[in-house]
Design a protein around this ligand. Structure first.
Ligand code: ADP
Length: 592
């Protein structure tokens, strides 16, 4: 009993959720759709009734009544036709509005949700399922309307059929019960199959999308990998297709049997009415009317049952969806403090591992960055340098230990204000297809029309040299995704644009993660010289494998296996003759 009550409660809240969302997507089309639905519920019943009168009138030779009924009948038919077309229009417009609304909700959610959420394949599956379930959000309202419309139709036709013949109405409903049970099982089976195949579906898309990914395209052409990627794609596609086809064939066979069974009621009504006509108990109009009414009772009952089944399955789907929407971006909910522009940063015994990973990336990691200090983070690949930066931005929180800004736990600050402290150049430069002005100004978008500021950032980063011959200057579009004459840049040039973006924010705290990875030696030399020069009195954190770039740092932190194993100035570390000295001498020896 309690289970049944909670099921009803759950169904009702889901229905409400579906209707509310559909209404919010577009009030105008929602109301229009209600109006169309209501009209299409009653008009078919009225036309069947009118047709009976016409046929009986024709047989009785009652020309005047037939004429009037015909005019009304034709008006109803015309109205049905107009409503049908209007419905197509409303559906199309409403579909667009709904998709737009849903995309908005989805983008807003995914842009604010914590990074940790996206760090596992399981979460990828969840996003995929949620995305596909978003579409059913709109369908919940239609299901409910269709169910209401079908209930009215079933009650009306059931009463009419029962008055014609006491047991044909009951028989029609009874014959539909096996269909209802089967359809319920099948709908659930399809949902479970869809969810079970999500991972394979995503894998299939991965192999397909490789062909459209510029980075992978090079490798595909170079190593002639098309057959490999296509082969993998086809293999998964075939597997999924086989399972779906098998399920589809069995479903068609079974559903045909159940529909044939249901058709018996129409057959019985036909025999019963033909007998009536032969015995002259009813007119030919009634024969047509009786059969049409049973057919409608049958159709509407099927409509009702399938929609009830869909609604029950949607209950499960909506649960995923509601969970996704209800997910709170945790970090956004935290403190409200605003940090200073040059905060003292402390890592106290920080332990961190990425979500769903067993191994710690940082173990008992402690260090301090004093205001105005320039720090270099060095260590082998994978030692956790970039991870430290991500923790400073609060993309993640430590599992143990604490990170403090000016002596206060970073969690007490507004997360967006913390992120705004830094001007950043990430290791993997991002290529955008936008006007250069916007690409540079993405770090402080409101200022994108400030040409003076753009010029300054471009001068420091070296972008001015790249664009000196471009007639459209900052308004030139980069990338060719949608612009035929978009400018293409080399990896190093993109990195300089990234650097301009970092400088554009005019932050007091610069973070450069491998800024020289793609740069030529002259640009590299200039950038580091400028960095140390420009950031006098400011903070900077530099990650670089080229240790000649880190010699000017106030403090070098050497990271190994998640710990800070050495710390000090370049000369202090050389004296220690530890890891840093070994790496530095190794690199220096190559230049001698
Ligand atoms: P570094 O910058 O020193 O080269 P990173 O901080 O980028 O190293 O990475 C440290 C370790 O964390 C590596 O073993 C890397 O594979 C792992 N790692 C980085 N990002 C993620 C992630 N999002 N999920 C799981 N592991 C990650």
């Amino acid at each position: 009993m309690r289970k049944a009550l909670s099921f009803i409660k759950n169904t009702l809240t889901n229905i409400w959720f579906g209707i509310k969302t559909s209404f919010l997507a577009s009030k105008k089309y929602f109301l229009l759709k209600c109006l169309v639905l209501l009209s299409t519920t009653f008009i078919p019943l009225a036309t069947i009734w009118l047709w009976r009168g016409i046929l009986n009138g024709v047989v009785a030779g009652n020309a005047k009544d037939v004429f009037i009924l015909l005019i009304v009948y034709l008006s109803f038919k015309l109205l049905t036709y107009l409503l049908f077309n209007f419905d197509i229009y409303v559906r199309a417009r409403y579909g667009v509005a709904l998709t737009m609304y849903i995309e908005n909700v989805m983008i807003d959610k995914t842009s604010r949700i914590d990074l940790a959420f996206f760090d596992s394949a399981k979460m990828g599956d969840k996003v995929r399922i949620t995305r596909s379930n978003f579409e059913i959000m709109g369908s919940v309202a239609w299901l409910v309307f269709n169910i209401f419309s079908a209930i009215i139709n079933v009650i009306a036709t059931f009463i009419i059929v029962t008055t014609i013949n006491g047991w044909i109405g009951v028989l029609t409903i009874l014959l539909l019960i096996p269909f209802f049970i089967y359809d319920n099982k099948h709908t659930n089976f399809m949902r479970e199959m869809e969810e079970a195949q999500t991972r394979d579906d995503r894998k299939k898309d991965y192999y397909k999308n490789a062909f459209y990914d510029n980075n992978i395209q090079f490798e595909i052409k170079l190593n002639k990998l098309a057959d490999f990627f296509l082969g993998r794609y086809k293999e998964i596609w075939r597997r999924l297709y086989k399972k779906r086809t098998k399920a589809g064939i069995w479903h068609t066979a079974r559903i045909s049997f159940f529909l044939l069974l249901n058709f018996m009621s129409e057959l019985i009504m036909l025999i019963f009415s033909v007998q009536g006509v032969i015995a002259k108990e009813i007119g030919i109009g009634n024969l047509q009317y009786n059969i049409s009414m049973v057919a409608r009772l049958r159709e509407q009952s099927i409509e009702l049952m399938t929609n009830v089944n869909r609604l029950m399955v949607n209950n499960v789907r909506l649960k995923n969806l509601k969970e996704f929407i209800a997910m709170k971006p945790e970090y956004e909910q935290c403190g409200k403090r605003i940090p200073g522009s040059n905060p003292r940063i402390e890592f106290h015994n920080v332990y961190f591992r990425y979500p769903n990973c067993e191994d710690y990336v940082l173990k008992n990691c402690s260090f301090v960055i004093e205001p105005h200090e320039k720090i270099a983070l060095v260590g082998q690949n994978g030692s956790g340098k970039s991870t430290i930066i991500k923790l400073m931005f609060r993309f993640y929180d430590p599992e143990k230990g604490v990170i403090k800004l000016d002596g206060i736990d970073i969690k007490e600050y507004d997360v967006y204000a913390v992120r705004r402290v830094f001007g950043v150049l990430f290791q993997d430069y991002v290529t955008y297809c936008l006007p250069l002005r916007e690409i540079i100004a993405l770090s402080d978008f409101a200022e994108r029309f400030d040409d003076g500021k753009l010029q300054k950032a471009s001068d420091i980063s070296g972008v001015t040299d790249i664009i000196k011959d471009w007639p459209d200057g900052f308004d030139s579009v980069l990338g060719r995704y949608y612009a035929d004459n978009g400018k293409d840049l080399s990896g190093g040039q993109w990195q300089l644009v990234g650097l301009a973006r970092a400088y554009f924010r005019e932050s007091e705290f610069m973070i450069l993660d491998e800024p020289s990875a793609a740069l030529d030696p002259i640009s590299e030399d200039r950038i580091f010289a400028q960095l140390y020069d420009l950031s006098k009195g400011k903070n900077a954190v530099i990650i670089s494998h080229r240790l000649s770039n880190t010699t000017l740092a106030d403090k070098i932190l050497v990271l190994d296996d998640g710990h800070i194993v050495e710390r000090g100035s370049h000369f202090e570390l050389l004296k220690q003759n530890g890891k840093y000295a070994y790496w530095f001498n190794l690199q220096a020896s190559k230049y001698v």
